[in-house]
Design a binder for this molecule. Structure first.
Ligand SMILES: Nc1ncnc2c1ncn2[C@@H]1O[C@H](COP(=O)(O)OP(=O)(O)O)[C@@H](O)[C@H]1O
Ligand SMILES: [Mg+2]
Length: 502
């Protein structure tokens, strides 16, 4: 593919970005505000799409648009904000035995959280335990790659059509009455029920109502799917509740029944005495019998809980989640993460027939934009690796305000893409105010460098980074000329040339 950038000022020759002869498809555009970065991005994207279409080559361009001003033809646009339901599930597991797995998924998720706002080592340890437990509860075992493959989402969609809104719960026989009492119809509409499908056979409640006391029942996973941020929040909330009560949820619920029976008894006695009456012996005996029954049940539940502590999971839980304070702070953090919206598991409805996908991220705060760009680029890169070797560019990531996202910290995904993605046909185009924002490695790894005009304060630093005379930078006429360096394969050195914009 080829894109016409302009013509050499001296020779008049056309200057072409040729994706096959360039050392890679990466492009770096720098210029202060108003110099035309967005304009150039539009021109480059348009040029590449036209060239791909003429050559009948497949091409997908992902445009991250933090200002909301990169309008493009042939593009499908999705806005991301707290208010839109679209996002990506950060807990999806890559089933690849080499690249994927439970621990990697947890590691990536925690790294993203750290990037947003640092968390302490205790919090991090508890997060790790929680996530490992949660994955294990859904059948994903950290040590067994054979368990990393989720059920086919299409099959799940078909089987669960019309039931997407339900959470299926493991309600034991002796809890059934209690479950029914807690899930009475709301506005004459059933919010819970029993699904008699032979493959399901389970009680369910609508997602929105799975809160409060209902949390005593564990959600059942009918299918094997990665947990979502919602699942994480609920799972943590359940652990927290158990902590507060110093017991498991069954014992806790039964204790509530005892309280309830005691309240009924006292209220009845109080009502009667107000009217100068007393409880009949018969009624008193009945109420006290209820209370005793409740006490017995609670006692036996506590008894079995105490037995379980000696050997089983409950003890693990006590040790792992021993600090209510830490667990509470982790819970709050998970809730915040859910609230920022980008982790909603509803995939953005990009149109697959459009070559350009524009991610409208203006409404997100900058640290959240960073998490978002990181997450999406990591997914794109992972898929590119799995797609394998490509002769030509098949996919491009475009980042306006690139310095926000490409930092020189270890493992920064844009750095990794700059260094490793060429062979997988993935190119990275980054626009920024000055090349001084980037490391020399990053600049070295870029096949095409375009300079549209810099602030005079940045000139010297930028000139050093680009290894040119500062004087060359000052010869640029904004919006008329630009400096371009094309590094082509097999060429030892390539100079900057002044290009007249076409
Ligand atoms: N090469 C150009 N030819 C004509 N107009 C241009 C050119 N480059 C930029 N402009 C105009 O200048 C203004 C600022 O450009 P823009 O691309 O938004 O700058 P930046 O993204 O660097 O802040 C826009 O109105 C744009 O249309
Ligand atoms: Mg701009």
């Amino acid at each position: 593919m080829q894109v016409h950038l302009g013509n050499n000022v001296k020779t008049g020759q056309p200057v072409l970005l040729d994706t096959l002869s360039a050392i890679n498809g990466h492009v770096q555009i720098s210029g202060v505000t108003g110099m035309g970065k967005t304009h150039q991005i539009r021109a480059l994207v348009t040029g590449l799409v036209q060239s791909a279409s003429a050559a009948k080559q497949a091409l997908r361009i992902h445009v991250f648009d933090p200002h909301g001003d990169i309008d493009l033809p042939w593009s499908s646009e999705v806005k991301f904000s707290e208010a839109t339901p679209y996002g990506y599930n950060p807990l999806e597991i890559n089933p690849d035995p080499d690249y994927g797995g439970v621990r990697r998924a947890i590691q990536k998720f925690i790294a993203a959280i750290q990037k947003h706002k640092a968390i302490g080592t205790k919090q991090e340890a508890v997060m790790r335990y929680l996530l490992e437990d949660l994955y294990a509860s859904r059948g994903f075992k950290a040590d067994d790659p054979g368990t990393w493959i989720p059920d086919d989402p299409r099959m799940i969609r078909e089987k669960m059509a019309g039931k997407e809104n339900r959470i299926y719960l493991a309600v034991e026989k002796e809890h059934r009455e209690r479950f029914k009492a807690l899930t009475k119809p709301v506005d004459n509409r059933f919010i819970s029920g029993f699904d008699g499908d032979p493959e399901i056979m389970s009680w369910w409640v609508e997602k929105d109502y799975y809160v409060g006391d209902l949390l005593m029942w564990e959600p059942k996973s009918l299918f094997k799917t990665a947990p979502t941020i919602d699942d994480v929040v609920r799972f943590t909330e359940r652990k927290l509740k158990a902590q507060f009560c110093g017991s498991n949820s069954a014992a806790m619920a039964l204790l509530k029944d005892v309280n309830q029976a005691a309240r009924v008894y006292h209220r009845r006695v109080g009502d009667l005495s107000k009217r100068g009456a007393a409880l009949s012996e018969e009624e008193k005996a009945a109420l006290l019998a209820d209370l005793d029954k409740g006490k017995d049940k609670a006692l036996s539940a506590y008894g079995s809980y105490l037995d379980a502590i000696v050997t089983g999971r409950e003890l693990d839980d006590l040790i792992r989640y021993n600090s209510t304070e830490v667990l509470t702070s982790v819970y709050e953090r998970f809730q915040n993460l859910r609230a920022i919206g980008i982790y909603n598991p509803v995939p953005p409805p990009f149109d697959p027939s459009k070559p350009v996908w524009r991610y409208g991220i203006k409404p997100l705060e900058i640290p959240v934009q960073r998490m978002f760009v990181d997450m999406v680029c990591a997914r794109i890169f992972e898929r590119a690796m799995q797609r394998g070797f490509q002769k030509d560019v098949v996919e491009v990531i475009v980042c306006d305000e690139g310095a926000r996202y490409a930092t020189d910290e270890d493992g920064n995904i844009l750095n990794i893409i700059a260094n490793e993605a060429r062979k997988f046909g993935l190119a990275l185009w980054v626009a920024s105010q000055t090349p001084a924002h980037f490391t020399e490695d990053f600049l070295k790894a870029t096949g095409t460098i375009i300079v549209l005009g810099l602030a005079s304060a940045d000139t010297r630093m930028a000139a050093t980074k680009l290894a040119i005379e500062p004087e060359m930078l000052s010869r640029i006429t904004p919006q008329k000329t630009m400096l371009v360096q094309l590094k082509n394969r097999g060429e030892l050195r390539s100079d900057f040339q002044m290009v007249r914009l076409g």
